[in-house]
Ligand binder design. Sequence first.
Ligand SMILES: C[S@@+](CC[C@H](N)C(=O)[O-])C[C@H]1O[C@@H](n2cnc3c(N)ncnc32)[C@H](O)[C@@H]1O
Length: 502
Amino acid sequence: MPTLTWLTREADIRLAQKAPYRLLESVPELSYGEQQTENMLIQGDNLDALKALLPYYAGRVKCIYIDPPYNTKSAFEHYDDNLEHSQWLSLIYPRLELLREFLSEDGSIWVSIDDNEGHYLKVIMDEIFGRKNFVANALWQKRTSPDARLGLGAAHDHILVYGKSPDMMKMNKLSLTEAQAANYKNPDNDSRGAWVSTDFTAQGWRPNQMYKIIAPSGTKYEPPGGRCWANIESEFHRLNSDGRIWFGKHGKARPRVKSFLSEAQGVSAWTWWPNTEVGHNQESKKEINSLFGTDEAFDTPKPERLIKRIFGIATNPGDLVLDSFLGSGTTCAVAHKMGRKYIGIEMGEHAVTHCVPRLKKVIDGEQGGISKAVNWQGGGGFRFYRLGDAVFDETGKINSSIRFSTLAAHIWFCEAKAPLGRQADSPLLGVHNETAYYLLFNGILGDKRPAGGNVLTSRVLKDLPPFEGPKVIYGETTRLGAERLRFEGITFKQIPYDIKAR
Ligand SMILES: C[S@@+](CC[C@H](N)C(=O)[O-])C[C@H]1O[C@@H](n2cnc3c(N)ncnc32)[C@H](O)[C@@H]1O
């Protein structure tokens, strides 16, 4: 497959793999609301933050939305959007590689971009996510009128959409807009309420759909030239006796079929997203001004309605969503109001000055943006984190502050290529491919001396939770000889040397 080349490509495609595993440190004083929440707000470079999250969230995220810097050559107040072209590619490539690992099998990634880098981004995303997994390029009409300063100004941004496996992706229909709902009327006082009617014909010629229909007035109808009736005759009679065929006010018009508002399943989404449906740049400016005042406003927010459209199509309540270029926090605010779980990552100081107060307001029941549309009443919470130390130092030694559960999560992820999914509290981490994985570290067997229980001896082996089958045991060292290890079916791995640090 053709790939994009740039000066530092060879080094850049190794960045994700080389990024250190770092700890996430909770900051209680910047967290808010319910303590038990899974919602996370992380301040830090997203390359490191994503790497830190990977052992816990790989394969679990239903929808990723990102709005990276567009490289518009502007210097905004809160971040710089003027990278040399290959530096931009070097920013985006490794981060997309990591993001791919978070998607669930039915998950999707949606990326906002404009014409500065959009076409390069498509080529890179084809490489990383697979050309066959490209779903669509949605066009968001971001302006309401042309920019008078430009000869041919851009009216739209792109939103590139890829599925992990598009066949598994279920896209929800869109609810009807007020204008669409207003088309439903009830001229015959049908007890099922308002309805719209559509022509009862289909294109083509099918022999069992070519019958005669007699209207209540006695007028006889045949399908018009080149068309047949929409259904076979028995189905027509079923619909007619259920009062679902409309022959006009006087019972003599050509047949039409009724669809009731109460039964409407919504409309299928398509790639044209006009600002009347999902907002525009002025709308998001207003939203941000009313949250922070004009002096503190963030320069490039997205409208809440735009993100609601994405989550409405790609997720359901309770699903986990992720944004690693969070800006002013729009994605998390919308996710929170829509009942989705979320992880937001932002490296700038506005993680504290904007995202935290915005989410606090949401939890307190803020009524701007999409609040009224989703009947938001407040509640919930989020936890704030910053990046802490690396799990391993430059020489590969384990950081002394690492807790058992952290190292356990890391080892399990390296071995099973999947998150552990719980707080490890036993030396038996789990069974993968019929092999049991054990970790002896920080006296997990109850002996609190520094090296206590970290050495595999006969006594320690006896105290381990039993498993009939091959075992991999991580520990500082072993007193069991090669013969005994073979006899017990044990592969011993020495900490730190046998742990993959990257
Ligand atoms: C276009 S803004 C996102 C705006 C956002 N969608 C909103 O509605 O407010 C891009 C954001 O990405 C952040 N960013 C850029 N590089 C980053 C990195 N390496 N790690 C984390 N955040 C980064 C910038 O600080 C900026 O806030």
